[in-house]
Design a protein around this ligand. Structure first.
Ligand code: C2E
Ligand code: MG
Ligand code: MG
Length: 654
């Protein structure tokens, strides 16, 4: 939530209970002094020799009024506004009335002086009280009006032609009173102004700080607070030599709940869950919501690690009763991972990561359980997840590239096609082999967008090469099982071909044996449609999977690529080659019968090349011919083979 949309708690009168109660107490204490002052003045004025008929009438009125206001305020603090305004208004009226009486109704000068000093003590009361109610301006207007009227009355007195009782002493006193009043009003206004600005600022900061540390949906502390809290907990634990446990709690199937019943239902479940989790907490435990459906519980001073598991089980027990949202009952379970300081890690991030990995292990083993971090297994898992995160970012930023390895015709030596192979390098991981990142992309589903990108990029490149090399060149891409299983796979291929203006015969798709064997109906129909379109199909890494030969007959396949592990053995003096020789020969015979192309993968030596050729392989791929090349290198290669002069040197990729 942006900070500007947070309004500080209303400072309006009555908006802050604490503020009102405080002023109520203060006035209940002060008002009796006012009552006493006016009452004693009434009784003692005569005997003291300061008698004035005005006071004699108004003092009892003021005393009774103040006493009545005291009662009003004692009965209900919400009368504070009324009481304050009445005191400010009443005292102003009283003082002004008295001033008019003193200056214009024939009182003796010495008596005027005494009366002025006696009563004008009350001016600060007006000023101070006029600022009591923040945001309410009526009191301030009265105070200002009072000052201006006093000034006007004094000016009239001073300038009145032939005023009978005017003396220099009275003029001097009035001047002092006005000057003092103005200073007092100015100072009060400035002081209260500062105070209000300070309070507003302070409140705003408190609110902002609170929002920065609180998750607004559940009102639990957020990730930022968790970080702060755990940092402190670890510092204390380090000093005391105690243990801290972190419980990483993730709701099972929350995404499905959200998708099925909507985000509002999801939010309500989160709120209820937050309340239930808090029920289990002990005094010093701390729980935070760190993202969507993830909560972290911190337990300090853990004497026995069993305690953490015990709390985790208690948490799960607390969730057994169904959650009720919009007349629906939901059963919610959670997966909990636990890590300990100092045993598993000694900084906040690592502890959180480890608890998260342990939680992830619970998810993988069927959810709704508790696991503690295990260094050996979870470290590997963490590495994979970190790599997955970086891979996701790299795919989004289109940081991956394709290199191309030629596939040669063994009879003529000509290049038949280029296989597109993915490359990824990253500052953290360096050059990552596809053998490492493709399985991660497959497990996380990232292979689908990645595979689509490869398809488009390879088609675009093949089209560009067709412009360089008149006879054209076929491009072969690897298709992952998950990508192939997408219902729109066929449409994606068609779209890529059309977008880049490539004819289908310029594209070959490499599938693995396992993929061809699974889900036969879907596979057969998609392969049939692709073949009818004119796209070629190859079986990659043949011999490493099930090697069921029946599908070679039943499915529309054009090429078999014999896995490198068999080709490696060809031409080797060891015993293993007998099997490889037999296998390659058997496959080539079968392939001849079915009219399929056979590519020998991973040819590294001339001997391997010769044997593969003699056994009946029609094509070969491997370092013996060329390593995978950058697009620029392929470009040069094609220009050379097309008879154009070699302008750039051929660059090779690893
Ligand atoms: P693959 O499809 O069997 O690709 C051939 C692999 O063998 C490539 O490894 C290639 O560099 C390597 N190779 C070629 N000739 C030789 C040789 O003479 N000796 C040796 N030792 N190796 C050779 P790479 O590029 O590391 O790719 C490994 C695997 O990753 C590929 O095996 C393929 O299964 C997968 N892969 C690569 N790119 C993609 C892609 O875009 N999509 C998918 N789904 N998988 C891909
Ligand atoms: Mg391949
Ligand atoms: Mg292969």
């Amino acid at each position: 939530m942006p900070l500007h949309s947070i309004t500080p708690p209303a400072l309006k009168f009555g908006g802050d209970r604490f503020y009102v109660a405080r002023w109520q107490r203060t006035l209940l204490f002060a008002l009796p002094f006012g009552v006493l002052a006016f009452a004693s003045g009434w009784f003692l004025e005569g005997p003291s020799g300061q008698f004035s008929i005005f006071d004699h009438v108004t003092y009892p009125i003021m005393a009774v009024t103040l006493a009545a206001l005291w009662c009003l305020l004692a009965l209900d603090k919400h009368n504070l506004g009324l009481v304050v305004i009445t005191i400010v208004g009443g005292t102003s009226a009283f003082l002004l009335g008295k001033l008019v009486f003193l200056l214009f109704f024939g009182i003796e000068a010495p008596s005027v002086l005494a009366q002025l000093t006696e009563t004008f003590f009350w001016v600060p009361v007006i000023y101070l009280l006029s600022f009591v109610l923040p945001g309410v301006t009526i009191g301030r207007r009265i105070a200002l009006g009072f000052t201006l009227v006093v000034l006007a009355l004094c000016s009239v007195y001073a300038l009145w032609p032939d005023h009978p009782q005017r003396t220099l002493g009275v003029l001097y006193a009035l001047l002092q009173i006005n000057l003092a009043n103005s200073v007092l009003l100015g100072l009060t206004q400035a002081f209260i102004g500062f105070k209000e600005a300070y309070t507003r600022n302070q409140t705003r900061m408190e609110v902002a700080e609170r929002f920065a540390e609180i998750d607004t949906l559940t009102n639990l502390p957020n990730r930022f607070s968790l970080q702060k809290r755990v940092t402190t907990s670890l510092e204390v634990a380090r000093l005391r030599g105690t243990q801290v446990a972190l419980l990483f709690i993730d709701i099972d199937g929350f995404k499905t709940l959200n998708d099925t019943f909507g985000h509002e239902a999801g939010d309500l479940v989160l709120k209820q869950l937050a309340v239930r989790l808090q029920n289990v907490l002990r005094k010093n435990d701390f729980i935070a919501r760190i993202s969507g459906d993830e909560f972290v519980l911190v337990i300090e001073d853990v004497e026995d690690p069993q305690i953490a598991s015990f709390v985790a089980n208690k948490l799960q027990a607390e969730l057994v009763a169904p959650f009720h949202v919009a007349n629906q009952a939901f059963n919610v379970t959670v997966s909990i991972g636990i890590s300990f300081f100092p045993e598993d890690a000694d900084d906040v991030d690592a502890l959180l990561r480890h608890a998260d990995s342990a939680m992830y292990r619970v998810k993988r083993s069927g959810k709704n359980g508790v696991q503690q971090y295990r260094r050996e297994t979870d470290a590997q898992l963490e590495r994979q997840r970190a790599m997955e995160r970086d891979l996701r970012a790299a795919i989004q930023a289109q940081d991956l590239t394709l290199v191309y390895q030629p596939i040669h015709d063994l009879a003529t030596g000509e290049v038949r096609k280029f296989e597109a192979l993915l490359r990824w390098s990253n500052p953290t991981w360096g050059h990552v082999s596809p053998a490492d990142f493709i399985p991660i992309a497959e497990a996380s589903g990232l292979i689908v967008p990645l595979g689509t990108w490869v398809l488009h990029e390879a088609c675009r490149q093949a089209k560009a090469w067709q412009r360089v090399c008149a006879r054209g060149v076929q491009v072969s891409i690897n298709v992952s099982p998950l990508q192939f299983a997408q219902s729109n796979f066929y449409a994606t291929v068609v779209e890529a071909l059309e977008l880049h203006g490539l004819t289908p015969d310029a594209l070959e798709l490499e599938l693995t044996e396992s993929m061809v064997l699974h889900g036969v109906d879907h596979v057969t129909s998609t392969l049939d449609r692709l073949q009818r379109l004119g796209v070629s199909i190859a079986i990659d890494d043949f011999g490493t999977g099930y090697s069921s030969l029946a599908y070679l007959r039943d499915l529309p396949i054009d090429t078999i690529k014999i896995d490198r592990s068999f080709i490696k053995d060809l031409g080797s003096p060891r015993k293993g080659p007998q099997f490889s020789l037999a296998l390659v020969e058997a496959i080539t015979r079968l392939a001849q019968h079915l009219d399929l192309d056979v590519v020998a993968e991973g040819i590294e030596t001339k001997a391997q090349c010769d044997i593969a050729k003699s056994l009946g392989c029609t094509a070969g791929q491997g370092y013996y011919f060329a390593r995978p090349m950058t697009t620029d290198a392929v470009d040069v290669f094609l220009r050379v083979t097309a008879g154009e002069p070699l302008r750039e040197s051929v660059g090779l990729a690893n």
